[in-house]
Design a protein around this ligand. Structure first.
Ligand code: ADP
Ligand code: MG
Length: 736
């Protein structure tokens, strides 16, 4: 089977770690695991169509679709032993059978009473065909029953149990022995809803495992497998589907059984190995070694109205160390909102400029780019250096002039949106690219920026803290610096969740802050995803506030459709206290810095993600005075929504908020899905498998240091698997 060649090409266009021993032909050979399900005996066209609908096309797809839970049928219970809330398998004789009604709502139901000499239990069906049920459930028949025990008053009952009748003329024991796939063991339950029953699914998977699992061999080096106590891959697959009878059910249910651990490790290991090699590939490239001459950084340090925090100083030290190496820097700064990342980036930029190179700063939105521009220009102007802003709304003539000045090297620092990444933008000598990421930028942008110079240094900043497990996978190829300390003099923002009906109370608190000489933000979410109505809600709100609620206060409006000059004018007016209340859409999420604003009201808070709320809230609490954030929720706030808002009340620690967000929403949504370059895992679960990820990362990065990995025959299989996985599954690999 041929894989798409484009991806492999771009991967090997890296100063290639894979040439020449791993020739492409080694993975063009089709592996039995790649057999389409449609041609497998015992599957057939109808079932393979059903499987294709849930994305399973090859044997491999199916083998890696693990049971989502297990059913313990190792031991038959006696009816006396049935406990509420537990899944049970037992054998019994039908004592009574017939139609009846629920006592309260008079709904039709079919009830069967079963006994085994130790007790009785009632089985109920709410969807049924009465004549068919009557024929099946004859008094005196024996059967096995499987289901979850519920309690109804003093009685135990089971709804819609699975039933296996004991064949006539057979004892229960004989039946058990004759059907080893159904009884006496732990059974897999597959994540399938339509098309066929669990019984059929088990048969299909059993067949696939018996015939094909042996084709799955792990190329995780033997030494590592032994050290980490991993199974052989085929054995792991077999046991993940059909656990041994000695397996711990708790481990299975929590995903901690050794079989699954092996599969997860395998998946993480090759991801991390790829990331490690990418990083190494970049590290080994030639870069521009800088000298730190302090020509601009020292004067800046003297001009700043504050001293850098220890954390800022430490991170700056790490950056400077990287910049002085003959290889390009590739570093990520993580720091909570307000931790002071900008000034660290500014210092790094000045080092680049001291070395007669240019700097590009890329931000995800226009407003953030403008905000950065204002901050950078302020200090660069003071040092006699030139800064320019480049966004989608830069006028054509201005843009032409800017592009020329950049090409000639007359501009020292360019700030902008992805406009900076476009083709016409050419630098005389780009020494440092800074990406203020907000995790909206993927790896791709880094690649584009890198190609705008001769291996410039790259610095990525993320304002939203990313849980460690995620940053390992997302940024595994970046060195990490963390600013884990806030500038002094901040008091945590007090946060309260109010129901919309309490809006009056919120406004009272706003009035209170205003009369103390402070300012306020009132934020509206995007409504129905259309900017028009977003603008509508905010401008309506602004009008109402101005006309009815705060008639003697000055109100300003800020929204995404305003021209940059208009936005800047409104922000400047707010900063200069010409406006008391700034009504806005989420455009204030990032960048705005007005220490006198001490209260924020967020309308429809449940519509925001936690990370976004955290960003928003970061706009207050920037001065000496104690600040307040009021989150208004509507009736439509879901339970998850309530949990999220509670997290906001409980903590202002961005890392804890990010962890909670990840727990509640899951990694895909947390990151706005694949755009962020998050790979699809087949078995691994980032929420659950953080520990295994750490181990796999450590091992993979260690192995990547070993030169033999790229050439030695011992590692041929490792290289082959790596090519296979990276060529096929990981989008990351397609970026140079
Ligand atoms: P973020 O990390 O969210 O980008 P900023 O760089 O915008 O944070 O900094 C937030 C605020 O803190 C700015 O007003 C900045 O001037 C101020 N600041 C940064 N570093 C310090 C420091 N060491 N001491 C005091 N204030 C600082
Ligand atoms: Mg910032």
């Amino acid at each position: 089977m041929r894989r798409k060649s484009g991806k492999n090409e771009s991967f090997s266009s890296h100063p290639s770690p894979f040439a020449p021993t791993s020739t492409p032909s080694s993975f063009h050979l089709s592996s039995p695991l790649q057999t389409p399900l449609s041609v497998v005996r015992g599957v057939g066209p109808r079932i393979s169509e059903t499987l294709a609908r849930i994305g399973l096309r090859t044997v491999e797809d199916a083998l890696y679709t693990l049971p989502f839970r297990y059913e313990d049928r190792r031991r038959l219970l006696r009816i006396a032993e049935l406990r509420e809330g537990e899944g049970a398998v037992f054998c019994g004789e039908i004592l009574a059978s017939g139609e009846s009604f629920t006592s309260r709502s008079r709904k039709r139901l079919y009830e069967v009473v079963v006994g085994d000499g130790t007790g009785q239990v009632s089985l109920k069906w709410f969807h049924f065909r009465a004549d068919w049920m009557k024929k099946r459930f004859l008094v005196g028949r024996k059967a096995f029953f499987i289901g979850e025990v519920k309690r109804f008053g003093a009685l135990r009952e089971i709804h819609h149990p699975e039933v296996e009748f004991v064949q006539q003329g057979r004892s229960a024991e004989e039946q058990l022995r004759s059907d080893p796939l159904a009884f006496g063991r732990i059974l897999p339950v597959y994540p399938l809803t339509e098309g066929f029953t669990q019984k059929t699914a088990r048969k299909i998977w059993k067949e696939l495992i018996d015939r094909f699992a042996s084709g799955a061999t792990s190329s995780v080096p033997e030494e590592i497998r032994r050290r980490r106590d991993l199974m052989a891959l085929d054995e792991a697959l077999r046991r993940a589907h059909w656990p041994e009878n000695t397996a711990s059910l708790t481990d299975l249910e929590k995903g901690r059984d050794p079989a699954r651990r092996t599969l997860v490790y395998d998946e993480f290991f090759f991801l991390e190995l790829g990331l490690a090699l990418r990083r190494r590939g970049v590290v080994l490239e030639e870069g521009i070694p800088f000298q730190v001459a302090h020509r601009y950084t020292k004067p800046l340090a003297q001009m700043l109205p504050y001293r850098l925090t220890d954390a800022q100083r430490r991170v700056l030290g790490e950056i400077k160390h990287d910049l002085m190496q003959p290889h390009p820097m590739n570093r990520l700064i993580q720091g909570d909102v307000g931790s002071g990342k900008t000034v660290v980036a500014l210092m790094a930029a000045l080092v680049a400029i001291e070395n007669e190179t240019q700097v590009a700063v890329v931000a995800p939105t226009e407003i953030l780019a403008e905000q950065h521009f204002l901050q950078f220009r302020r200090w660069l102007d003071a040092l006699g250096l030139r800064t320019v802003l480049l966004t989608g709304s830069t006028a054509a003539r201005e843009k032409r002039e800017a592009l020329e000045a950049i090409r000639e090297g007359a501009i020292h620092l360019v700030v902008g949106t992805h406009a900076v990444l476009q083709e016409g933008v050419e630098f005389r000598r780009l020494g440092l690219g800074i990406i203020d990421e907000q995790h909206r930028f993927g790896v791709r942008q880094r690649g584009v920026l890198r190609r705008k110079g001769e291996n410039p240094h790259i610095l990525v900043m993320t304002a939203t803290p990313i849980p460690r497990t995620l940053s390992l996978t997302l940024y595994g190829d970046l060195a990490l610096s963390i600013i884990d300390e806030m500038p002094p003099g901040r008091t945590p923002v007090r946060t309260r969740v109010l129901h919309e009906r309490q809006r009056g109370k919120a406004y009272e608190l706003v009035a209170h802050e205003l009369s103390a000489g402070h300012q306020a933000y009132i934020v509206y979410p995007l409504v129905e995803e259309s900017e028009k109505s977003d603008l509508g809600a905010a401008s309506e709100g602004a009008q109402k506030l101005e006309a009815e609620i705060f008639p003697d206060r000055r109100t300003g409006l800020l929204h995404g459709r305003m021209k940059p000059e208009e936005k800047e004018a409104v922000m400047a007016a707010f900063k200069n206290r010409e406006i008391d209340i700034l009504v806005s859409t989420t455009v204030i999420e990032v960048g705005i810095d007005v220490p006198n604003a001490t209260i924020m009201v967020v309308e429809h808070a449940e519509r925001f993600g936690l990370a976004q709320l955290h960003q928003l809230r970061g706009r207050v609490g920037r001065g000496e005075a104690r600040s307040t954030c009021l989150l208004l929720r509507s009736d439509r706030c879901s339970e998850d929504g309530m949990r999220r808002l509670q997290v906001m009340e409980e903590t202002t620690d961005g890392f804890r908020i990010a962890e909670a967000d990840l727990q509640i929403r899951g990694p895909g949504e947390f990151l706005g899905t694949r755009q962020a370059g998050l790979p699809d895992f087949r078995v691994a679960d980032l929420l659950r498998d953080g520990r295994i990820l750490e181990e796999a990362k450590q091992d993979a990065f260690e192995l990547a240091e070993n030169p033999a990995l790229l050439v030695d025959d011992t590692y041929r299989e490792v290289r082959r698997t790596l090519m296979e996985r990276w060529g096929n599954r990981l989008e990351l690999a397609s970026v140079g």
